[in-house]
Design a binder for this molecule. Structure first.
Ligand SMILES: [Zn+2]
Ligand SMILES: [Zn+2]
Length: 154
């Protein structure tokens, strides 16, 4: 992750500009939610995870406010909201280059899959379509859970 360090320095400026250009007010709460999300790396926290994480810095924050902050960070394209098949709640992540997800059916972990798959592989005749989102989700057992599963079945 060393290569991203330089970029992280400018992230406060990023949120400031993103809020301005979407006509939103930048609040302390939004800033804290954004900072928390920056620290999550490959994790895909739920709104509740974010709430408990941010509460340490802003004890007065409510879950409702966290939802509102997440919503506006999604609206100004700093975060992605994921709807994961099989999971009951939305997950959030920093918006990054296109990637796909693997969801472990045993532990619920969601892992990023960095693969560039041309849309034409999935949509052989793209004529007439306009693809605005391209996301593939795989499900199964992560390496740790697969090992546990194999051990217990022996
Ligand atoms: Zn697992
Ligand atoms: Zn992801």
């Amino acid at each position: 992750m060393k290569t991203n360090e330089h970029k992280d320095v400018d992230k406060d400026e990023l949120i400031t500009r993103a809020m301005e250009s979407s006509g939103q007010r930048l609040t302390r709460q939004k800033m804290e939610v954004f900072h928390y999300m920056q620290e999550q790396g490959m994790r895909h926290p739920t709104a509740e995870d974010v709430y408990f994480g941010v509460k340490r810095a802003v004890p007065s924050i409510s879950l409702g406010t966290v939802y509102n902050c997440l919503e506006s960070l999604v609206a100004c394209k700093l975060l992605n909201q994921l709807t994961v098949a099989g999971a009951t709640t939305h997950r959030y992540e920093m918006r990054s280059r296109e990637h796909h997800h693997f969801r472990c059916v045993a532990c619920g972990k969601i892992l990023d899959i960095q693969a560039s798959i041309p849309v034409s592989k999935v949509l052989p005749d793209p004529h007439g379509f306009e693809v605005t989102e391209f996301h593939i989700q795989l499900s199964g057992y992560c390496p740790e859970c697969r090992e546990k599963k194999n051990k217990s079945s022996k």
